[in-house]
Design a protein around this ligand. Structure first.
Ligand code: URA
Length: 229
């Protein structure tokens, strides 16, 4: 990796600022002072700036309690993005693991590790997602069978895979799905003539949303949580 990029990535400064640091200060790589922005930093090299060792961080894995009214995108001209709630140096490298709608809250995973997120979102993996849905019309026993049998979604040829509808009360249910189609849960309820008024994701795989996280807060995943996927 080029030295200017190395400095930028390890400190959170821009490449332009990193170039100024190289011109102005002493930066050593394995004990030898370097001034060139294009100098290639060997893997495992000791880079020192102002008596401070600069170390590349490993991949980032975050769990967020996604609040209402923000989108799962890196940029959006109309809405806040989930990244406005995050303060880490490598923010530009991060992506959301799948998406939640503007008006869906709950568990959202964020990372810069593409292989890890692929293991969660790839249709082949059939990763479990559990949503808490609040609906406008009373839920019935027939709805449970309809979700289990698979539902025809408007504009799609293939019915949904079997899903578990766990009725909590007349207008609240947990929905367990193993797919990630566009607006899937809202469209599943629409297919049975119901309407989702509020939607919250509680779980992805066996990872549950941390109850200590308020909407808009996030925390780093533990090694055990990362290893779940
Ligand atoms: N299904 C939906 O309809 N919306 C979401 O945000 C997630 C799943």
């Amino acid at each position: 990796m080029r030295l200017d990029r190395f400095i930028a990535e390890t400190t959170g400064m821009s490449r332009k600022e990193a170039t100024k640091v190289l011109q102005r200060d002493t930066v050593t790589v394995d004990g030898i002072a370097q001034k060139k922005t294009s100098f290639q930093v060997p893997e495992g090299a000791h880079v020192i700036w102002n008596d401070m060792q600069l170390e590349l961080a490993g991949p980032t894995y975050l769990m967020m309690h996604k609040p209402l009214d923000c989108v799962c995108a890196n940029h959006d001209s109309r809405h806040r993005t989930v990244f406005t709630y995050i303060d880490v140096p490598n923010i530009k490298a991060l992506h959301t693991v799948g998406r939640l709608d503007l008006d869906t809250t709950g568990l959202l995973l964020i990372t810069d590790d593409g292989q890890w997120s692929h293991r969660i979102t790839s249709p082949k993996q059939q990763c479990l997602k559990i949503y808490h849905a609040w609906v406008s019309e009373p839920l019935t026993e027939e709805n449970i069978s309809a979700f289990a049998a698979g539902l025809e979604l408007t504009g799609e040829d293939k019915p949904t895979a079997p899903a578990l509808l766990e009725i909590l009360n007349e207008r609240e249910a947990l929905v367990h799905v193993h797919e990630g189609r566009y607006h899937q849960v809202r469209r599943m309820f629409a297919a049975i003539g119901n309407n989702v008024e509020k939607l919250h994701r509680e779980q992805v795989g066996s990872l549950r949303l941390d109850a200590d996280l308020a909407p808009g807060e996030c925390r780093v995943l533990t090694a055990e949580e990362i290893a779940l996927f």
